[in-house]
Design a protein around this ligand. Structure first.
Ligand SMILES: Nc1ncnc2c1ncn2[C@@H]1O[C@H](COP(=O)(O)OP(=O)(O)OP(=O)(O)O)[C@@H](O)[C@H]1O
Length: 616
């Protein structure tokens, strides 16, 4: 719950949910292209084919006006009645159109395939990297910004391959070829046309700075909107508990309106730019018609040349327009690449040693030693200092204490979500930092207050999608913890599909399934973090029985707010401000008449109240 609140609040603070949009980092083109180039290397064969198809498609397209010029000048204007040749020209024209179609199709498909493969690979790499990062990273980073990395940033890369690369390749080549054709047709008219280039450059540069801000604003506002929705979904229980629906809807409206306005501004500037180019294109055609028309009348050029020239000028403006428009996409793709690589560069704080110790899981006894450990989430403010605790194999230890006493921190350290700053934690005398994390997590099983269930069947949830565990093993585990009768009552029994977080199941049912997981994976050490806190007394009893069954033969640590859960423990530890202040069995601690006895009296009062309420 605390993590959910932290994340939710963090997003509100970092602006994922609101406030001023963060400043976009400066794009670093060279590093972005180097990175993308390293991925593209794997597909160099495909990219070569794309280049070949592009050249053929462009040649096919550009030869068409030339063919019309030949038909006009050599046949129509010359008054030749050679219908056969004319028909051949028309046939070639059709064949060129068809070749243009086929090779453009091939070029698009090949490029898309290579691009999508690269983006899918990066997305997978990113997700796998995120799952390996340490808890300290998630403490500082909002879910919203991570979702943005995986969704919007990879989408920007998608656009890079989809639009930018294609445009740069196809339209860049097209421009060069058009200029060659124009100069080949008539160099003087070509030079006249080049005179408009400074004007084109001026409009393009003016457009770039004009549109850049609106474009970036729209992207930033979209990211904020996505992050806001993501955070609201993960904090939905808090929103409902604190009746925040209206306030959140208002905040959503504010972000939605801001995105809407940014989009409208962006579209307006795009339309203005497109129309400016259309206008310039028409002005150029008028200018060439005037110059070229005089030349035709003066018989210095042929009519067909003028026709082809005008067609090429129309074609010339399309790639110029397309390339200029891709500028912003290129810029945001570059920023996205740099951002993704920034994330991929983050090294987890907790990493396996180069040669971790291999141990035989089967032979682990389950003794635990916390040797004078000091730990704090922030350097300089320790949560516990010099804590010493030794647990013998098979012992059941209950931990109680005030909120914020450090109970959860202790088990986070045992699971190695964080490393101690001083001292060491050992299992059977082996420092847990020397073990591979994967092995450690098979040895230490954790059941949390809100057990997480994934979207999938009950079978898959219990065996955690590990197909090597048979259906029978899962059923036996459920029978063992008493979950079997509940599962059999469900619509599709063990094949009932659970939605994310296991909604559709009660807290007790979710808890029983997580116990079944423990039985399936057989960890030598079992940790229950307030696993019975949310249950009614009847379900709690069921869970208690399951707990008895599950803890047999394993070292078990139970953190409990309800003392009834740990009364039977071999040893109870009372924690306060990061230190163990009392220790003993239930009756020894009661006899001490210390803090535990106060807690017990307090919990008895609560129990009496609960029972009184239940009997009404
Ligand atoms: N992820 C975190 N980042 C920074 N500080 C944290 C984090 N988790 C816990 N703390 C702080 O560490 C201290 C111990 O917290 P911890 O969660 O271990 O206590 P607890 O005894 O389990 O409390 P509760 O019973 O309320 O869960 C508290 O002061 C808490 O605010």
């Amino acid at each position: 719950m605390r993590q959910a609140i932290n994340n939710w609040q963090m997003d509100l603070k970092t602006g994922a949910g609101g406030g001023k949009p963060p400043k976009q980092p400066k794009p670093q083109y060279r590093s972005a292209f180097r990175i993308l180039g390293s991925y593209a290397g794997e597909h160099r064969g495909t990219f070569f084919l794309v280049a070949v198809c592009t050249v053929i498609a462009i040649a096919a397209e550009l030869l068409q006006p030339y063919l019309v010029k030949v038909a006009i000048d050599d046949h129509l204007m010359a008054g030749k009645k050679d219908f056969g040749s004319l028909l051949i020209i028309c046939g070639i024209y059709l064949a060129l159109s068809l070749a243009g179609f086929v090779f453009t199709y091939l070029q698009n498909n090949l490029l898309q395939y290579a691009g999508q493969s690269i983006v899918a690979k990066i997305r997978k790499q990113l997700f796998e990297h995120i799952t390996k990062l340490s808890m300290s990273y998630f403490d500082k980073t909002s879910n919203g910004s991570l979702i943005t990395h995986v969704s919007s940033d990879t989408e920007a890369l998608n656009q890079f391959f989809n639009q930018v690369l294609l445009t740069l390749l196809r339209d860049g080549l097209m421009l060069v070829f058009i200029l060659v054709m124009m100069f080949q047709l008539d160099a003087t008219l070509g030079v006249y046309c080049l005179a408009i280039l400074p004007l084109i450059a001026f409009i393009a540069v003016a457009f770039r700075s004009f549109v850049r801000n609106t474009y970036q604003m729209a992207r930033t506002r979209l990211s904020r909107l996505v992050a806001f929705v993501a955070e609201n979904l993960s904090g939905m229980n808090l929103i409902q508990v604190f009746q925040q629906q209206k306030a959140q809807a208002e905040q959503f409206k504010e972000r939605n309106d801001a995105y809407f306005k940014a989009n409208v501004r962006e579209i307006r500037s795009m339309v203005l730019f497109n129309k400016s180019f259309d206008l310039l294109s028409n002005l150029t055609i008028a200018y060439v018609t005037w110059i070229g028309g005089k030349a035709v009348l003066g018989h210095t050029i042929e009519f067909g040349v003028l026709y082809a020239f005008i067609t090429y000028i129309r074609q010339f403006f399309q790639p110029v327009n397309a390339i200029t428009q891709q500028w912003n996409t290129l810029q945001s793709a570059t920023v996205a690449v740099n951002r993704i690589w920034g994330l991929l560069d983050i090294q987890p704080d907790i990493e396996d040693r180069p040669q971790p110790l291999r141990i035989n899981r089967e032979t682990v006894q389950g003794g635990i030693d916390f040797n004078r450990i000091t730990f704090g989430y922030e350097s300089g403010s320790p949560v516990m200092r010099g804590l010493d605790l030794h647990i013998v194999p098979g012992e059941m230890v209950g931990i109680v204490g005030t909120t914020g006493a450090g109970k959860s921190s202790l088990i986070s350290l045992l699971c190695r979500f964080y490393d101690v700053q001083e001292g060491s934690i050992q299992i059977d005398g082996i420092d847990i930092r020397t073990l591979p994390q994967e092995e450690l997590h098979r040895i230490v099983g954790l059941v949390q207050q809100e057990p997480y269930l994934f979207a999938g069947s009950i079978i898959d949830n219990v065996r955690m999608f590990d197909e090597s565990i048979s259906r029978e093993e899962v059923i036996r585990a459920c029978e063992f913890v008493g979950a079997d009768p509940l599962v059999r009552l469900m619509k599709d029994g063990y094949d009932t599909r659970l939605s994310e977080r296991g909604s559709g199941l009660s807290a007790g049912e979710r808890q029983l399934l997580s116990f079944a997981r423990i039985i399936v994976f057989q960890p030598r050490i079992l940790i229950l973090d307030e696993a019975t806190a949310n249950l009614d007394s009847q379900t709690e009893q069921l869970i208690q029985q399951a707990l008895q069954a599950v803890s047999q033969g394993r070292t078990t640590i139970v953190i409990a707010h309800r003392l009834s859960t740990i009364m039977q423990a071999d040893r109870i530890l009372v924690m306060r401000q990061g230190a163990i202040v009392e220790t003993g069995t239930h009756s020894q601690l009661l006899a001490k008449q210390g803090y535990y006895e106060q807690l017990y009296r307090h919990s008895q009062g609560e129990l009496d109240n609960r029972e009184a309420r239940a009997s009404l």
